[in-house]
Design a protein around this ligand. Structure first.
Ligand SMILES: Nc1ncnc2c1ncn2[C@@H]1O[C@H](COP(=O)(O)OP(=O)(O)O)[C@@H](O)[C@H]1O
Ligand SMILES: O=C(O)C1=C[C@@H](OP(=O)(O)O)[C@@H](O)[C@H](O)C1
Ligand SMILES: [Mg+2]
Length: 193
């Protein structure tokens, strides 16, 4: 028997990587959806580099996101976020996890649409709330009723996140399950470069 003819089926990660080509995967969605956590795990499976735009913004500004909001305000933060994301989109393939407001900004969304495959991690209010209320580093949730703020953001933003190329339901299951669903969605996209 000629053993060189034996072919091993590619893993889901390898199939997704092959479909991705040189394109970027860009995670979008509300705070607590899991963009940072799931994005990192997906990049490991795809064997491509991972970047979290909030981490990159903090690195270049040498300030935390909370300090940027407090010192310069949201508008300046968005302008910086647009510049950072525009630069990060160059030279794929990568997995890029954005902050929740990035895709809502028209300018940033245009860059993401051109420079990558956007993937919305969609979650319901209870799931998001359970996750975000454990930490208090998110400036937009420093309100009297942060759960109501989150609900208002859902109302406003969900129609815009819905424009993403792919949508995966982020719910109360192990992260590995969400990662597998993301890889399957990527493996199912059309081949083009
Ligand atoms: N499927 C999941 N199951 C349990 N916890 C999760 C899941 N996805 C994300 N998390 C947790 O929820 C929190 C918020 O996730 P994070 O990735 O920071 O969200 P985002 O970047 O979208 O705001 C983190 O503590 C993360 O580990
Ligand atoms: O939704 C938003 O406008 C924001 C989400 C945050 O990122 P996460 O979505 O990763 O929490 C961070 O960029 C900033 O606090 C603003
Ligand atoms: Mg994040």
């Amino acid at each position: 028997m000629n053993e060189t003819n034996l072919s091993v089926p590619a893993t889901l990660g390898e199939q997704a990587r092959a479909k991705l080509g040189r394109r970027n995967i860009v995670f979008v969605g509300l705070m607590g959806a899991g963009k940072s956590a799931i994005g990192r795990m997906v990049a490991q499976q795809l064997k491509v580099s991972f970047i979290d735009t909030d981490v990159e913004i903090e690195r270049v500004s040498r300030m935390t996101i909370a300090e940027l909001f407090a010192t310069y305000g949201e508008e300046e933060f968005r302008a910086l976020e647009t510049r950072v994301i525009k630069r990060l989109l160059r030279g794929g393939p990568k997995v890029i996890s954005t902050g929740g407001g990035a895709f809502i900004n028209d300018n940033t969304r245009r860059h993401i649409t051109r420079g990558g495959i956007s993937l919305w991690l969609k979650a319901d209010l209870e799931v998001l709330w359970e996750r975000v209320n454990k930490r208090d580093h998110r400036p937009l949730l420093k309100t009297e009723n942060p759960k109501a703020t989150l609900a208002a953001l859902m109302e406003k933003r969900y129609p815009i996140y819905a424009e993403a190329d792919l949508t995966i339901e982020s719910r109360d299951v192990r992260k590995e399950i969400i990662v597998t669903e993301v890889l399957a969605a990527i493996a199912g996209i059309e081949q083009k470069d």
